[in-house]
Every structure is written in C-alpha cells, then in structure tokens.
Design a protein around this ligand. Structure first.
Ligand SMILES: [Zn+2]
Length: 271
C-alpha cells in the first residue's frame, strides 16, 4: 500500500511537471509557483521506488489477497479418515458459497431424496441417482481428493473430495476408483466408476454435498432435472441445514403429521 501511494505521488508529480511545461505560457500566480517548487522539492525521484524487487513484492501481495482461503481449505481438518473431519469446528451462521463451477456427476434420475427415512429411522444425508455399473462418475467442483475408502455396511467404495469453494462432496457405492488421495481435480474430471457396493439394493450413486461436515440437501443448490446449479452462489444457513439433519422422534413426526393435516383442512375449507 505504501508503495502504491508513493507511486501515485510520483505520477502526480510527473503530471504536474508536464502540465507546468505545457501551460508555461499561462501566467500563474507567484504563490502557486512557490507551492509547486516546494512540492517538487519534497518528492523523492520516481525511479527510486520503481525497483523490480518492489514490483515483485507488490505483485505477490496482490496474489495473496486473490487466494485467501486456499491454504485454509486444504490445510485445516484434512488428515482424517472420516466422512466428517470437522470435529470441533465453529460453523458460521451464514456463508455465501460459490457453486458456479459445478459439473453434474452423473445424468441419472433421482431415485431417493435427502432427509429422514422413517422406515429405517435414519437420515439419508445425500441423494441417490440411478446409473449402470461402470458408468463414469465426475467430480462436481474443482478440488483435491481427501479419501478413497471402502465401507462394507455403508458407502461401499466411496470418494470424498474437498473443494476450493470450501465444500466437500461424497460419492458412494462405486465399483472402481480413478483417483488417489491428495490428487488435484478439476470439475468434471472422472473420479470413479459407478457400482452397487456397500449397503445398496441396486446400482446407483449416493451423492452428498457438505459444508464443514454438515450435510446439505443437494436439491438446495442443484437442479437435478437439468444437471445445473440453481444459482451461482449458495447461501448456506446453519440453522436451516441443522434442522434438515435432525432425526425426527415419534412425537415430532406425530406433531408434523397433525400440522400437515390441519393445514390441508384449512386449504380445503378455503376452497
Ligand atoms: Zn443414498
């Protein structure tokens, strides 16, 4: 910043010098001349500051501001063998996440939605997309492979990718890995082949979108019918996402059933 302001002063000075010679025919008041020479006397020569080392330092400062979180994204909470490596992290109330570089992992139809499954008493933290065994699964955003693992009773063969936008995506029930941990990937790169491994009743891709470990309903940011994001920026809201991750108790289920019946009655009575 200091360098920038010095350069600006030097440029101003040069402009003043030029204008002084160009408009020499116009008589300026004596006081102006005096001020002008005083101003010139107080300046250092312009060349003194324009050194290659200064320019390089200034450019590296600029670069630092252009890539603020890169180190943070891939450095913190990285070395973990879990799907959620963010134990103890402070999750912000809100966060705007850049999802503009999205590439659809596979063009299958949605066979199972995100959310609580009363039949199994558990939360489905992703979305299921139909595929044929051996279909290419592509990575959704730019990033770095964090895990390639096998879980017999759950995800089967699965990949976890951390992205430059701060999110993580999970790809489950795969048949083959095409990447290794710590590998840098670009959105759309093939990362695996689809399969039917783990707890799976037919070939499909289990796909999760997470932020700091919290599973976000993928339909909040992705239009699955068209394979694109809804908006370029996803407005993460901790409270809302946490709510969608809560396992409903029988009492709560009863209450929500009663509520929906009541609202149905209300709508019906309006007709
Ligand atoms: Zn699933």
């Amino acid at each position: 910043m200091q360098f920038l302001s010095k350069t600006l002063t030097a440029i101003t000075c040069a402009v003043l010098l030029c204008s002084a010679s160009a408009f020499a025919q116009y008589k300026l008041p004596q006081s102006h001349d005096k001020q002008h020479s005083e101003l010139l006397a107080s300046q250092k020569p312009m060349a003194a500051d324009i050194k290659v080392s200064n320019v390089l330092r200034y450019m590296s400062e600029l670069q630092k501001t252009a890539l603020p979180d890169e180190e943070e994204v891939f450095g913190d909470y990285w070395a973990s063998s879990g799907v959620n490596p963010y134990a103890g992290v402070t999750i912000p109330e809100t966060k705007d996440i850049d999802v503009s570089g999205y590439v659809h992992p596979i063009s299958g139809r949605v066979t199972s939605a995100f959310g609580y499954r009363p039949r199994f008493g558990r939360i489905h933290r992703g979305i299921d997309l139909s595929l044929k065994i051996g279909d290419t699964v592509r990575v959704a955003f730019d990033g770095k492979i964090r895990l390639t693992k096998f879980e017999r009773r759950g995800y089967g063969y699965y990949v976890v990718v951390r992205h430059t936008n701060g999110m993580e995506t999970v790809y489950g029930h795969l048949s083959k890995f095409l990447v290794k941990p710590n590998q840098i990937v670009k959105a759309g790169d093939p990362i695996a082949l689809g399969g039917n491994t783990g707890r799976s009743t037919g070939p499909h891709l289990h796909f999760e979108t997470r932020y700091l470990g919290l599973a976000i309903n993928p339909t909040e940011l992705i239009d699955f019918e068209n394979g694109v994001t809804i908006k370029d920026t996803y407005s993460f809201n901790k409270q809302q996402v946490e709510k969608s991750n809560v396992r409903k108790t029988a009492k709560k289920r009863y209450a929500s059933r009663r509520k929906s019946t009541a609202s149905r009655r209300k709508t019906a009575s309006k007709k």
